[in-house]
Design a protein around this ligand. Structure first.
Ligand code: SF4
Ligand code: SF4
Length: 452
């Protein structure tokens, strides 16, 4: 996959300009112009809402094909915990992972392994660093971007721990270089992704992230599902290939991450509109009694990712059932000394802080910006305030902004257009009734008999 700012894209041929996606976008990043949807790059957070709702399958996420693994000498699949929720309980975790390996990978390392490490390291983050209350999880990149775009003042609340996927890749690459004498460029690490937001994170990591954390591609769960199903029927199961804890893979559902913080007041919320409501309360200072907020963009958590196959409620049930079975087997837990040691090396942290990505100023010149702001307010007051979306903008305010910024016209509003058409037809009929002033004059500009 090329380096992408966003993995969500539009197939123009399939788009009918129906405006369904426009109304579901949580950041107002979509416009419909000339009958086709357009994504405003600076506002898109890759949450995948438009992919879910488009009735014509015109919105998609760019991911890698399985064939890309052939570009590397040694390949590792790092599946998201959500993968385990895609299959009925009759398929053991060892069978699922053996089948995944049989598709051409040399090794499987579950992201649940990194999730367990990060989950258990959050308590150290509370004592080592100071965050405004509540500390916000960095796990869901769509929520982190939502905060950057819509709640820029809360950017400092997001903790700087790496996502489990990045940490899993880092530990794996380092081990392979040291133990198998491989060069970094020979190793292909592929994330099996439930969502567009993670696919974007793979292709566009934070600029200062270290090279060990590089992930070479993101393969969508939905693209790998059919071959995996086929392989599961015949694969020879490798005992012990699954080696992560139930707590680790429980990150697939909302509350999985915060379950590590037994002595803290935690709030976990899933679904982008619910997350927005809570962030509004945090922004208004109403939730400073909460220590930790885990917000996940998808309903149910990552099990609801837009690149999954199984119904999110069913997938959640499978994850919970698998976790119940595994909790009886606690030997998979990592040593606390190992976690603490890793934490102290600093490798669990993003080197750079996330910065606000708030809206672009209306104008570089302050005076001009104020004039534009007034113009927007005046225009908005003239518009009907119905936020119907028929103009191709998500609401009347957004259309007013687009007009002032030269990206739309007043007559894009169907109500303004209707009024203009009425005015015009009234004027036309008045003109027809009055008649042309020159009509009854002769060549010498003298009134004709009729007019006298
Ligand atoms: S939902 Fe959006 S992308 Fe899909 S057809 Fe309608 S306008 Fe086009
Ligand atoms: S909740 Fe999980 S699947 Fe959904 S956007 Fe966030 S990281 Fe991706």
């Amino acid at each position: 996959m090329d380096k992408l700012m966003h993995s969500v894209y539009l197939d123009k041929d399939k788009c009918l300009g129906c405006t369904t996606c426009l109304r579901s976008c949580p950041t107002g990043a979509i416009r419909v112009r000339e009958g086709k949807a357009k994504i405003i790059e600076s506002k898109c957070i890759d949450c995948g809402e438009c992919i879910r709702v488009c009735p014509h399958h015109a919105k998609m996420a760019k991911t890698d094909p399985l064939s890309k693994i052939k570009d590397y000498k040694y390949t590792v699949a790092i599946p998201a915990p959500t993968l385990l929720g895609q299959f009925k309980m009759k398929y053991s975790i060892d069978r699922i992972l053996s089948a995944l390996k049989s598709l051409g990978f040399d090794e499987i390392v579950e992201v649940a392994f990194g999730a367990e490490i990060i989950g258990r390291a959050i308590k150290y983050e509370f004592t080592a660093k100071h965050y405004p209350k509540p500390m916000i999880s960095s796990a869901c990149p769509a929520v982190a971007k939502l905060i950057q775009v819509r709640f820029p003042e809360l950017t400092g609340n997001i903790n700087r721990l790496k996502a489990p996927m990045g940490l899993t890749a880092r530990i794996t690459r380092k081990r392979l270089i040291e133990s198998k004498n491989l060069k970094s460029e020979d190793i292909g690490i592929f994330f099996i992704t439930p969502c567009a937001a993670k696919a974007t994170e793979v292709s566009n990591p934070l600029p200062s992230d270290d090279l060990f954390s590089t992930i070479d591609g993101a393969i969508a769960i939905k693209d790998i599902y059919a071959p995996l199903m086929g392989a599961m029927k015949t694969v020879e199961v490798e005992d012990g290939i699954h080696n992560s804890s139930a707590e680790g893979f429980s990150w697939a559902v909302s509350g999985g991450e915060s379950s590590y913080l037994k002595n803290k007041k935690v709030l976990h919320v899933d679904g982008i509109s619910n997350v927005i409501k809570v962030l509004e309360e945090i922004e208004n200072g109403k939730l400073d009694n909460i220590d930790f907020f885990e917000g996940l963009a998808c309903i149910g958590g990552c099990v609801g990712g837009c690149l999954t196959v199984e119904n999110n409620f069913v997938a959640k049930m499978y994850i919970e059932e698998r976790a119940k079975l595994e909790r009886m087997d606690s030997h998979k837990h990592l040593e606390e000394a190992y976690i603490k040691n890793l934490y102290n090396t600093g490798m669990m942290h993003q080197k750079e802080k996330l910065v606000p990505r708030g809206p672009k100023p209306l104008d570089e010149d302050m005076g001009e910006a104020i004039k534009k702001m007034h113009a927007i307010e005046e225009l908005e007051a003239k518009l009907p305030g119905l936020d119907c979306g028929s103009c191709g903008a998500p609401g009347c305010r957004a259309l007013a902004e687009d007009i002032v910024m030269g990206n739309a016209r007043e007559i894009d509003c169907v109500f303004v257009l209707k009024d203009r058409v009425l005015e015009l037809s009234k004027l036309t009929s008045e003109l027809l009734q009055v008649g042309h002033p020159m009509k009854n004059k002769n060549e010498n500009n003298e009134e004709t008999e009729e007019e006298k």
